[in-house]
Design a protein around this ligand. Structure first.
Ligand SMILES: NC(=O)C1=CN([C@@H]2O[C@H](COP(=O)(O)OP(=O)(O)OC[C@H]3O[C@@H](n4cnc5c(N)ncnc54)[C@H](O)[C@@H]3O)[C@@H](O)[C@H]2O)C=CC1
Ligand SMILES: O=C(O)C1=N[C@H](C(=O)O)C[C@H](O)C1
Length: 250
């Protein structure tokens, strides 16, 4: 059986360099391009890449995906910064390129995907819920894509269940002290040397709290999810948002 031809964008970055090694080590995949900032995207078509793993920056991802989708190259995207407007733009591009698949995964690690799922399930059973994400200080975006997605899933689950707004008597204080408001869920971002990627979901009810915590201790935690995405996206046209759809965890 012929190997899937894979390219990595952001190949010199923290996660991109790990992804290069993971693709090289996979027997069913062939790394045909490893591109960094300033490299021409023509290398993707020249080398016949079938799937691109996009791990760059929120500022670069849209142009890169536009090129891939226009050329019928599937993409597995870990880069953050997704908004409704960006997703609509991507969906429009995909509609013009039937058969092309794009997976956007706010987080590729199985523990983080499960954290989101557990938080979604638990959220309607508690009065209060807040998200704290903790990352290395070189991260350019805040809050993290994972925390934003977690808060959105929590908010949707609470709305569906008819949950009341969260109790919060805060009337005065410093701007930002209560975190960012993502669909009514407070999200707090910590940047600390020594950390990699961590998240806590704090849930509180009468006389009890529940804490769901996940820690990515090494970039290797994201590799099984990236490889799964590469293998599945080629048979999944259109936009898939969240690795849970490839884990039968919806
Ligand atoms: N979904 C997930 O599980 C994960 C997602 N990420 C996300 O992946 C992205 C990258 O994270 P890091 O590796 O930590 O950042 P990084 O800054 O270490 O790496 C990004 C790399 O992309 C390169 N780059 C920028 N524009 C480019 C372009 N147009 N073409 C090719 N390369 C380009 C940069 O020069 C840099 O080497 C971030 O958005 C981060 O949040 C990171 C870890 C896990
Ligand atoms: O920048 C990172 O490191 C990470 N980014 C992703 C995010 O913003 O959620 C995934 C993970 O948290 C690591």
């Amino acid at each position: 059986m012929s190997k899937l031809r894979v390219a990595v964008l952001g190949a010199k970055g923290r996660i991109g360099s790990e992804a290069v090694r993971a693709v090289e080590a996979a027997e069913d995949l062939e790394l045909v391009a490893a591109l960094g900032r300033g490299d021409s995207l023509e290398a993707l078509t020249d080398t016949g890449a079938q799937v691109v793993v996009e791990l760059t920056t929120p500022a670069s991802v849209m142009d890169n995906l536009d090129f891939c989708v226009r050329h019928g190259i599937h993409a597995v995207v870990g880069t953050t910064g997704w908004t409704d407007e960006r997703l609509a733009q991507l969906n429009t591009a995909l509609a013009a390129s039937p058969g092309t698949g794009v997976l956007i995964a706010p987080n590729f690690s199985i523990g983080a995907v499960l954290t989101m799922k557990f938080a979604e399930v638990a959220a309607p059973y508690f009065e209060s819920v807040e998200v704290i994400e903790l990352h290395h200080p070189n991260k350019v975006d805040a809050p993290s894509g994972t925390a934003t997605r977690t808060a959105q899933l929590i908010a949707a689950a609470r709305q569906k269940a008819g949950s009341a707004p969260q109790p919060d008597a805060t009337a005065t204080g410093l701007d930002g002290a209560r975190g960012a408001d993502v669909d009514g869920v407070p999200v707090h971002a910590v940047r600390l040397r020594g950390l990699l990627a961590h998240q806590e979901v704090l849930l509180g009810g009468e006389g009890e709290t529940l804490t769901i915590r996940h820690d990515s201790l090494h970039h290797s935690s994201f590799m099984p999810g990236i490889l799964l995405g590469v293998r599945r996206v080629v048979d999944t046209p259109g936009l898939t948002f969240g690795l849970e759809h490839f884990l039968d965890l919806k």
